[in-house]
Design a protein around this ligand. Structure first.
Ligand code: HEM
Length: 402
């Protein structure tokens, strides 16, 4: 419990920190990674360069601090981060390191404003917040260990099958190298791949959604090859997976995690909307619902650049033709003359309204940020309640609702 004086200092300084947010986080990562270079194996160096993740961590600390009187209110947000931390194998002993360099960075950037009282108060607040994360994460780790076949950290899986799904997406089927059991998961969850690539100074960790139904006897990830473009160089890990990982290769992965999951207690119509490789968790949900809730109405909407980029097209067609309750729609942004789709161009509110069977539906969205923002707004305009719109952002979490 923090004393009143500490709370007052925290509340008074949150706005100052938020204002200097980018400076402090830049300095924080610089200091931490210089003094603990081994943490470069943990933090995504590409996100670092883009400056996306750095903001997410510190912003969450400030947001938590602003809510220090009623931390329970931020627990839903904490859960999403805790799942990510768990997937990366973040441990309690990491927290004092992050705390130390965050405080040093505050001091550095704020100068005189950050007097001893201010720093003391923030140290106390940081540990209250860190304890919350550590406890939530401990529960997640224990739950995995207690599940049949669960494991801690990374476990070697063997690629049993590699399937090209589209111009840029390839699936990898994975089973444990040791041949022992491995846990089920919730559709929508992801794993982390640990890639130690020749010539790379550090390990690269990346999350990939599981793209099939659980309990099929394997895990499957479907990976988009991130080619070089205006936004940046080629993806290090996706290129490695596509080019160097083949049937028989070994990939260390962490156990399934993530709280963007299909609610199977809900029986209302299910609307699954994806753009590009955002299709992966939606496929897992679709494959699961036809097995577990065969009577449930499902609308599966997928947007891709064109037919060449449309992954798992045959599988979705097979599902719709053999399940009366499932309807699918395809949007192609730039179709070729011979491509067949339900809508050309981009998703919009009018079109969404025209195909939505009812506004009393549960919607899951996954795809690029702009796509998700448009979809979110389209659903709201079609009178879907905010609480019924669930979304997952690939990459550091940022708001799409604002
Ligand atoms: C990701 C917050 C402590 C390692 C994140 C994200 C947030 C966050 C908001 C982004 C989540 C997402 O992408 O979905 C926090 C807060 C912490 C904390 C508030 C302290 C109270 C730590 C610690 C470590 C750590 C102690 C380990 C040294 C990571 C890593 C990522 C991450 C590796 C993935 C993003 C990347 O690789 O760039 N954290 N975190 N975090 N966090 Fe933390």
């Amino acid at each position: 419990e923090l004393d009143e004086q500490t709370k007052d200092i925290i509340k008074a300084t949150v706005p100052v920190l938020q204002q200097q947010g980018s400076e402090i986080t830049k300095r924080f990562y610089q200091l931490m990674l210089t003094n603990h270079p081994e943490l470069k194996n943990l933090f995504n160096q590409t996100n670092q360069r883009r400056g996306a993740q750095p903001k997410a961590l510190a912003n969450t600390v400030y947001a938590a601090a602003a809510n220090i009187d009623h931390l329970e209110e931020i627990v839903p947000h904490v859960m999403q981060i805790a799942h990510k931390h768990k997937s990366l194998n973040v441990q309690p002993e990491h927290y004092p390191i992050v705390g130390k360099y965050l405080l040093l960075a505050m001091k550095d950037v704020l100068g005189e404003v950050a007097n001893d009282d201010v720093i003391d108060a923030w140290e106390k607040a940081y540990y209250v917040i860190a304890d919350l994360f550590i406890n939530v994460e401990k529960e997640l780790y224990n739950k995995t260990l207690q599940s049949s076949g669960g494991w801690e950290g990374f476990r070697n899986f063997k690629v049993t099958k590699k399937v090209i799904e589209s111009e840029v997406i390839t699936s990898f089927y994975l089973v444990p190298e040791d041949g022992l059991p491995f846990p089920s998961y919730q559709p929508g969850q992801y794993i982390t791949v640990k890639a130690d690539i020749d010539g790379e100074p550090y390990t690269h960790l990346r999350q990939y959604s599981l793209s099939c139904a659980p309990d099929e006897g394997y895990y499957r990830i479907s990976v988009k090859r991130e080619d070089e473009n205006e936004q940046g160089p080629a993806g290090i890990v996706s290129t490695y997976l596509h080019e160097k990982i083949n049937e028989g290769s070994i990939l260390p992965i962490s156990a399934p995690a993530g709280d963007f999951i299909l609610d199977q207690q809900d029986h209302r119509p299910l609307i699954l909307i994806s753009g590009g490789v955002g299709m992966t968790p939606m496929m897992s949900m679709l494959e699961t619902v036809i097995k577990e809730q065969p009577e449930r109405q499902v609308i599966f909407i997928h947007a891709a650049k064109s037919e060449n980029y449309h992954a798992l097209k045959e599988r979705v067609a097979t599902i719709t033709s053999s399940n009366n309750h499932v309807t699918s729609y395809t949007i192609y942004n730039h179709p070729k003359d011979t491509d067949r789709c339900d809508k050309k161009g981009y998703i919009d509110a009018e079109w969404v309204s025209s195909i939505l069977p009812t506004s009393d539906a549960t919607c899951y969205i996954c795809g690029p940020k702009g796509f998700m923002r448009t979809t979110y707004v389209s659903l709201k305009k079609s009178h879907v309640a905010e609480k019924d719109i669930h979304f997952e952002i690939f990459g550091p979490a940022e708001s799409i609702t604002a």
